[in-house]
Design a protein around this ligand. Structure first.
Ligand SMILES: Nc1nc2c(ncn2[C@@H]2O[C@H](COP(=O)(O)OP(=O)(O)OP(=O)(O)O)[C@@H](O)[C@H]2O)c(=O)[nH]1
Ligand SMILES: [Mg+2]
Length: 242
């Protein structure tokens, strides 16, 4: 049993994964294990993750899915495995180096006080690096504002995909009711944490634009997030109860 699992969904991240894995294990966090959920990436990310595992004392488990099914379902499968294997805490993060692994020790220490820690771009000290041009910043800001408006989510960064959970928190969430396949998944989780009255703490992070590889963001993914969050708000938090 690892004490902390980091769950990373990947689709064509072969250029980013080796450096990410190196930086993660360089943190020397006790009992760190990695779960990579890969959707048969054409660039061989899944095979690469398996081959990296031997270099890091088999601390990497790879879930290989047969087709691209979205990061939301990938996270759910990764979390399920972490719960099954057993651990004290779970981190979720992107595999494109946008989320700096070096924030993880602080996130884990904050879990001593809080149920969930959210890496936040929209609080003092947080933000995005200069490579995020004005267009990207505006899109993200408007998307975050829109989602907060329709859903009533109070956390400042409602679309953050960099989070740390106590294992008890992860176990109590009804994952079968979280349906978004794209980044709306992040907001759905924030919504559930709020309605389960978890102690959620936002920690400032600087989000870094991916240097290599392609973004999987699409209009369909944005619309899915907006409609799903509106539905949740209107349906009176159905499915959130413990
Ligand atoms: N397994 C799996 N992973 C995915 C899928 N879509 C995206 N990912 C991964 O999820 C993480 C976030 O995806 P990105 O393409 O960076 O999307 P994003 O971070 O929302 O968008 P950007 O801000 O434009 O980078 C990355 O590690 C992707 O490789 C998918 O369908 N399946
Ligand atoms: Mg990204």
């Amino acid at each position: 049993m690892s004490s902390v699992y980091v769950v990373i969904p990947t689709y064509n991240e072969a250029e980013n994964l080796p450096l990410l894995v190196h930086r993660l294990f360089d943190l020397n966090v006790d009992g760190l294990g990695l779960i990579v959920v890969d959707d048969s990436s054409p660039d061989g990310t899944g095979e690469l993750a398996k081959s990296l595992s031997s270099k890091y004392e088999n601390a990497i488990t790879v879930i290989s899915r047969s087709s691209k099914e979205g990061l939301g379902t990938a996270y759910k499968e990764g979390f399920e495995l972490a719960l099954h294997l057993g651990c004290d805490a779970v981190i979720q993060m992107d595999g494109d180096l946008s989320h700096r692994p070096e924030y993880i020790p602080e996130m884990l220490s904050l879990l001593g006080k809080y149920d969930v820690v959210v890496g936040s771009r929209y609080i003092e000290g947080g933000g995005a690096d200069d490579k995020w041009g004005l267009r990207r910043k505006v899109l993200s800001g408007v998307g975050n504002f829109g989602i907060k408006l329709v859903s009533g989510i109070q956390v400042k960064d409602a679309t953050s995909g960099f989070k740390a959970f106590r294992i008890s928190t992860l176990r109590a969430i009804r994952w079968e009711n979280i349906l978004c396949k794209g980044f709306g998944f992040q907001s759905e989780v924030a919504f559930h944490c709020q309605h389960l009255k978890y102690a959620v703490h936002e920690m400032p992070i600087v989000f870094e634009e991916r240097l290599v590889g392609k973004s999987k963001m699409s209009i369909g993914i944005v619309l899915e997030a907006m409609f799903r969050m509106l539905f949740l708000r209107l349906s009176g938090h159905a499915g959130v109860q413990k």
